[in-house]
Ligand binder design. Structure first.
Ligand code: HEM
Length: 200
C-alpha cells in the first residue's frame, strides 16, 4: 500500500476516533456535535498546516522527515476533513437546516471545493495541468489557510463577552498563531533562496 493511502486511512480513522470519543462522552446533541466539529477541525488543521508549511520548515531547519511530504499531508488533511463534513451533515439534521448560511456558507463551500479539487488533481491531473498547477495550488492552499485563519484569528481578536477566559484563549491562540506563521515561513524560504541566488 502507498504511504499516502496509509496516511489518509490513519487521518480519517483518527478524526473518526476523536468524534466517537467526543460524542460517546458528551452525547450526540447540538453542543456535543459542535465540540466534535471544533476538535476534528483542529486535528485536520495540523495536517493541513504540515502540507502548507512542512516543506518550508524542512528547508529552513533541515528537518528531513518533513521534506517532500506536502502531498501526503494534504491527502491526509482531505481524508480527515471528510469527518468534518459528516459532522456538519449530522448537525444540519439536528438543527433541521444547513448550519451556515449566506456568504459564510459560500466561503466555506469554496474552501471545501479547493480541498477536494487539489486532492483529486494530485492523482495525475496536476501533471496534465502543466504550468497551471502551481498557481492553482497556490490559490487553493492560501484560500484554505484563510478559511482556517478566519475561524481561529477572529475569536482571539474579537472574543464574545462569554469568551474572556484563558480556556478560550488557549483553544484559539496557538492555532491563530500557526495560521499567521505559515505564510511567513514560506516567505522566509523564498527570501533565502533569492539571497543565495544573488550571492551565487
Ligand atoms: C475547507 C473548508 C472548511 C474549513 C477550513 C473549516 C474550518 C472549521 C474550523 C476551524 C472550525 C472550528 C471553529 C471553532 O473552533 O470555533 C469549524 C467548525 C465548524 N464548521 Fe467548518 N470548515 C470548513 C467547511 C465547512 C462547511 C462547508 C460547513 C457547512 C456547510 C462548515 C460548518 C462548520 C460548523 C457548523 C462548525 C461548528 C461551529 C461551532 O462551533 O458552532 N464547515 N470549521
Amino acid at each position: 500500500m502507498q504511504k499516502s493511502t496509509k496516511g489518509m486511512g490513519a487521518a480519517f480513522g483518527t478524526a473518526l476516533a476523536i468524534t466517537a470519543v467526543t460524542l460517546g462522552v458528551q452525547g450526540s446533541d447540538d453542543k456535543a456535535t459542535r465540540l466534535a466539529l471544533e476538535l476534528t477541525a483542529r486535528f485536520s488543521f495540523v495536517l493541513f498546516w504540515l502540507a502548507y508549511a512542512g516543506g518550508a520548515i524542512a528547508s529552513l531547519f533541515r528537518i528531513d522527515a518533513l521534506a517532500g511530504r506536502s502531498r501526503e499531508f494534504g491527502l491526509a488533511f482531505a481524508a480527515a476533513h471528510l469527518v468534518h463534513i459528516g459532522l456538519v451533515i449530522w448537525l444540519g439534521y439536528l438543527m433541521g437546516r444547513v448550519p451556515l448560511s449566506g456568504g459564510l456558507l459560500l466561503f466555506f463551500l469554496v474552501g471545501l471545493a479547493f480541498t477536494y479539487l487539489l486532492a483529486f488533481l494530485s492523482f495525475g491531473g496536476a501533471r496534465a495541468l502543466g504550468p497551471l498547477w502551481r498557481p492553482l495550488r497556490f490559490v487553493g492552499m492560501n484560500y484554505i489557510l484563510i478559511a482556517f485563519g478566519r475561524d481561529f484569528v477572529l475569536p482571539v481578536l474579537h472574543p464574545k463577552p462569554t469568551q474572556h477566559n484563558s480556556a478560550h484563549f488557549l483553544a484559539y491562540a496557538p492555532f491563530a498563531a500557526a495560521s499567521v506563521l505559515a505564510p511567513l515561513l514560506l516567505l522566509a524560504v523564498t527570501w533565502r533562496h533569492r539571497a543565495v541566488l544573488k550571492t551565487a
